[in-house]
Unconditional design. Sequence first.
Length: 128
Amino acid sequence: MPGTLRIGAEVRGREAALAVAAALDELAGAVSAFEIDEAKGAVIGQYALRLEQPVQVIGYSYLRFRYGFSSDYWDRFPEKMGAVSASEIQALAQKYMNPAVAQIAVVGDAARIRADLAKFGPVEMQTL
């Protein structure tokens, strides 16, 4: 399913560039087997808990309809999620999470952080 990936951090002025660099490094890095197992366990556990909420069950039903999933898609979801391999995750991450095309938004004192952020690409300032 389509979606977005957001990474957020609350840091002080000059540390904004360090936080951006750390986030981009994470996107470009490999994922350990431990991290994958932890994430899969969390997704499967959250799925099970959500089945106790009627509004979530309706949402799952809508997603099955909207994306043309098979009638047993949600019955097989935990097993399929558990079977996802590290290499499959790495391949998808490399395909869809390209740090070179990331959109970066930083809120703060532009005069103090603009130069530090310029190393990531052109900086466009917006004022509210």
